[in-house]
Design a protein around this ligand. Structure first.
Ligand SMILES: [Zn+2]
Length: 436
């Protein structure tokens, strides 16, 4: 018998394919050969495929990209998680570390995180010399004097294969100490290096010593500094200086920024508020991308309690508003990217847009659309197979508010470069880990 020249290594058949980059939503089979997408078409023959996955009733999409991860393990302290546990073992093919590595530590990030991980790892470089150690608990490390523009620009230029942008902050704690100096210096770095800036909104540190910051005014001052392609993060934060004021009204400059090409990343984290999310969505703001913002302090109650202690010690006994054992770890394990996706569905975001948030839009945010976020023929075979379940599911936010979802998503299988992974990370909520 002669060798079949068109024999496929893997065939995923029968699923609903959602591939926003290629405008596809329907019943398509996906064939993989030599780690690449070989064919995408309805009714492909299984006869010559070495392995066949039956995806009937499942959603098939490009490999998922989590735009906000903290995976500088052993360097970011308890904050940094294991990349493969957050990534492929949780059904997520690509992770973007937000501000863990810096100009001083990017080589270590490459050697000890990017290279050994099976998950694809990229990052937004921290604007600060030290990077996001311990989740920015020690505020003295994160002032404008801790930013070296030349060093950051050089590090970005020298590591263009793994650095997709710059991570910075514009929140009341920074503003009370240094005004907008941190963001201004960050923008200098980003403009010189020609990369997007990802800006954290929402209170990070307590504002002390009688100083007061009007979060809404802060937003009005910082948004004009944002360029096309920059990213505003945490629009659904329960902390002040998100998108809304005390009355729940979205700042008018948010719409102006969106018109200019500034994009919005959910950055779910532990400060996600269902109430604020509804206010923002009802105002007509649809986020572009979704990052889970999973880290060591929101993955378990024990590490949340340790973080609260460390934070109070570093900030003269002042706890961040709402930073307590309960608020930081409302479930144990808390959540996952798939859980955050389920929340977005429950809030009314349509499934095709949701898939775009974690595939084509995420790739665009990182300027990786030529290599990631699409099931185009010849692309690396990074594929996610999702299991959409129907029922009545209760979901809880960072303040204990609940909503009932009629659908939820769990990872079924992840394919990375043609290799199949079963998502069984200990970080996944137990129902996501259940064998299908
Ligand atoms: Zn984060």
């Amino acid at each position: 018998m002669t060798e079949q020249p068109d024999r496929h290594d893997l065939l995923i058949r029968g699923g609903r394919l959602i591939d926003p980059a290629n405008g596809k939503d329907g019943l398509f089979d996906v064939a993989v050969k030599d780690g690449r997408i070989a064919d995408v078409a309805p009714g492909l023959s299984a006869e010559h495929a070495a392995q066949v996955i039956d995806a009937t009733g499942k959603i098939v999409s490009p490999g998922l990209i989590d735009t906000h991860a903290h995976i500088f393990q052993y360097v970011a302290g308890p904050f940094g998680l294991n990349p493969d546990e957050v990534g492929l073992q949780s059904g997520v093919g690509t992770l973007i570390d937000q501000g863990g590595p810096s100009s001083m530590t990017i080589d270590g990030f490459r050697k000890f995180i990017v290279e050994p991980a099976q998950t694809r790892v990229r990052c937004f470089l921290s604007t600060y010399l030290v990077g996001g150690l311990y989740g920015h608990i020690y505020s003295d490390l994160y002032g404008p004097e801790q930013i070296n523009v030349d060093a950051a620009v050089k590090a970005i230029m020298a590591n263009g294969d793994i650095v997709a942008g710059l991570k910075s902050h514009a929140e009341p704690g920074h503003y009370a100490r240094w005004g907008l100096a941190v963001l201004e210096k960050s923008k200098e770095v980003a403009r010189q290096a020609k990369v997007p800036t990802y800006v954290h909104l929402g209170t990070l540190w307590p504002v002390r010593d009688g100083r007061e910051v009007d979060p809404y005014a802060l937003l009005g001052e910082m948004i004009p500094l944002m360029d096309e392609g920059d990213i505003l993060a945490h629009p659904f934060t329960r902390h002040p200086s998100g998108f809304t004021n005390a009355e729940g009204k979205v700042h008018p400059l948010v719409f102006e920024a969106i018109d200019r090409g500034v994009t919005i990343d959910v950055g779910r984290g532990n400060h996600f508020s269902i109430k604020v999310a509804r206010q923002v969505l009802d105002a007509g703001v649809l986020p572009d991308t979704l990052g889970a913002d999973l880290h060591g302090y929101n993955i378990s109650r024990a590490s949340a309690a340790a973080a609260a202690d460390a934070f109070a010690t570093a900030n003269d006994g002042h706890l961040q508003e709402g930073m307590s054992q309960t608020a930081m770890g409302s479930a144990d394990p808390a959540f996952s990217l798939y859980y955050a996706m389920s929340e977005m569905l429950a809030l009314g975001i349509e499934l095709p847009h949701l898939i775009a948030m974690n595939t084509s839009n995420a790739a665009k945010m990182c300027r990786l659309q030529d290599s990631l976020g699409s099931l185009g023929i010849g692309r690396a075979a990074d594929i996610a197979i999702l299991d959409l379940q129907s029922g009545a599911f209760t979901m809880t936010d960072g303040v204990g508010e609940t909503m009932t979802a009629s659908q939820r998503i769990r990872p079924y299988l992840a394919v990375q470069g043609g290799k199949v992974f079963q998502p069984r990370s200990e970080f996944l909520p137990f129902w996501e880990r259940e064998a299908a």
